[in-house]
Each structure stands twice: as structure tokens, then as C-alpha cells.
Design a protein around this ligand. Structure first.
Ligand SMILES: Cc1cc2nc3c(=O)[nH]c(=O)nc-3n(C[C@H](O)[C@H](O)[C@H](O)COP(=O)(O)O)c2cc1C
Length: 190
């Protein structure tokens, strides 16, 4: 898909989570421009409760090694072909962002911050989609692994809430049906 002006409605309805990328890189500059727009997400108190660790371009091979170590058990016992195949879910993405939120000890603030960061993430996904870049928010268990946190220099009181994979793709998956407004809305007083 090439870059196009897309209505918000179309972007929301047509965006799909892309889980199969084609290996084409995403340029750091393009990703940074997306982030510069995405930060206009609503957030309580303008706390801007997010920061990101991004890997693009020459940073990807070292990240792939970390992901291999954390996500592929006994990878040393695999043939290089089998390992390369298993690694495709990581290596074919064109860029990565790990989204980090503060974990406020106050529940209200913590929930607000997670909500705001989620909106920020969807902004990234929609803005990327408009540029023909697919993405998927993933929450693999290793996000909480101390080795992973250490590698990303995540601080105490912070949590990694998303592994966002971005990249180019050849096929758009079909969207799963959604409930209609009539199915989820109860009129006040009914
Ligand atoms: C908080 C959150 C966590 C998710 N975690 C994963 C994940 O770990 N792995 C995955 O394949 N997709 C994950 N997804 C993507 C969903 O599978 C996807 O959004 C859903 O299937 C709907 O498809 P769509 O985004 O194309 O509409 C996650 C999405 C959200 C919002």
C-alpha cells in the first residue's frame, strides 16, 4: 500500500494488525515522524506517561539476538535453517518500539496512564497505517523478564506494556467481525 490521505474513519476501520511482514525496513526518520504526531494523544494532567525504546535499521540485528535468547528455548540445538524459520516472526519486521509506562502507586493514575499510553499506541498504529506501514501490538511474556528489562534499561517503577512491531507487508488480513452499536449499547434508563 502506498502513502495516501486517509479519512480517520477509514484508518480506524481498515487498519489490521499485521503479523506477517515482508522484511522491508522502516526508516528511523519516518518512524520518528510518526511518534512526533502520535504524542498528541489525550492524557490526564499532560503527564505524557510513555517513553519508547526503538530499534530500526542497524540496531535490529542485536535486538534479534536478544529476542532469540528470550523467546526461543534451546535455540542452540536447532539447525541454522530451523532457527532462521522460527526467527522470521522477529526478523521480518522492519522496526520495533517497546512502549514503557510509569507504574504510579496510585491506582487511578496508573489506570489513566495505561489508558493514555494505549491511545498513544493506537495513534502510532493508525499513522503508520496511513503511510502503508503495518503494525502489531504484542505482549509476549518476556516483556516482564528481568533480563529483558535490564537490556532495555527499564527502571523500577516502569513497565513495558507493548512490543510494537512495524513493517511492510504483502497481504492484509481480513478483519474479524465486530459487534454493532445496537449490540453493545443500552439506552440510559432501559
Ligand atoms: C493490548 C493488546 C495486546 C495484544 N497482544 C498480542 C500478542 O501478544 N500477539 C498477537 O499476535 N497479537 C496481539 N494483539 C493484536 C490482536 O491480536 C489484534 O488487535 C486483534 O486480533 C484484532 O485484530 P485487528 O487489530 O487486525 O483488528 C494485541 C492487541 C492488543 C490491543
Amino acid at each position: 500500500m502506498s502513502e495516501q490521505i486517509m479519512s480517520i474513519r477509514d484508518a480506524i476501520r481498515e487498519r489490521r494488525s499485521i503479523k506477517q511482514f515482508n522484511g522491508q525496513p522502516v526508516a528511523r526518520q519516518e518512524f520518528m515522524a510518526i511518534i512526533d504526531d502520535a504524542v498528541w494523544a489525550p492524557n490526564h494532567g499532560n503527564r505524557e506517561p510513555w517513553r519508547l525504546v526503538v530499534a530500526c535499521e542497524e540496531q535490529l540485528p542485536a535486538l534479534h539476538e536478544l529476542l532469540r535468547d528470550l523467546a526461543i528455548p534451546k535455540w542452540q540445538e536447532l539447525s541454522s535453517e530451523a532457527l532462521a524459520k522460527q526467527m522470521e516472526k522477529f526478523t521480518l519486521a522492519g522496526a520495533y518500539a517497546f512502549v514503557i509506562v510509569p507504574e504510579d502507586v496510585r491506582q487511578k493514575e496508573r489506570l489513566e496512564d495505561y489508558a493514555a499510553a494505549s491511545i498513544f499506541i493506537q495513534n502510532i498504529q493508525l499513522l503508520a497505517w496511513e503511510k502503508g506501514i503495518g503494525s502489531c501490538w504484542k505482549t509476549p511474556a518476556f516483556l516482564d523478564n528481568p533480563k529483558f528489562r535490564e537490556a532495555l534499561k527499564v527502571q523500577a517503577g516502569e513497565r513495558v506494556i507493548a512490543m510494537l512491531q512495524l513493517g511492510h507487508f504483502d497481504e492484509t488480513p481480513k478483519g474479524k467481525e465486530r459487534k454493532t452499536a445496537a449490540q453493545i449499547v443500552t439506552g440510559f434508563g432501559e
